[in-house]
Design a protein around this ligand. Sequence first.
Ligand SMILES: [Zn+2]
Length: 98
Amino acid sequence: MKGSHLVSVLQGKEKQCYLTGRTNILHKHHIYAGKNRSVSDKFGFWVWLIPDLHNMSNNGVHFNKELDTRIKQDCQRQFESDGNSRQYFMNLIGRNYL
Ligand SMILES: [Zn+2]
């Protein structure tokens, strides 16, 4: 780990929807929620999403299990390819999504 992230692991400083690329009216989604929310904040495990793909429609990540899993996997994969071990990820989040 190279210090805590104030930027998104998946998007860096880019402020656009992770799924559509839209740049206005965005929600910040914590990828691993609940008790992992503060860890997600600290380590940059979050993405920008348009409201419909966040929690304002049934297609949103909060209601669409498949999409939720995909983003959780994308984030873990990126975190690991940034040089962090799987064990470290599991220590932070409590499980392995890959
Ligand atoms: Zn969310």
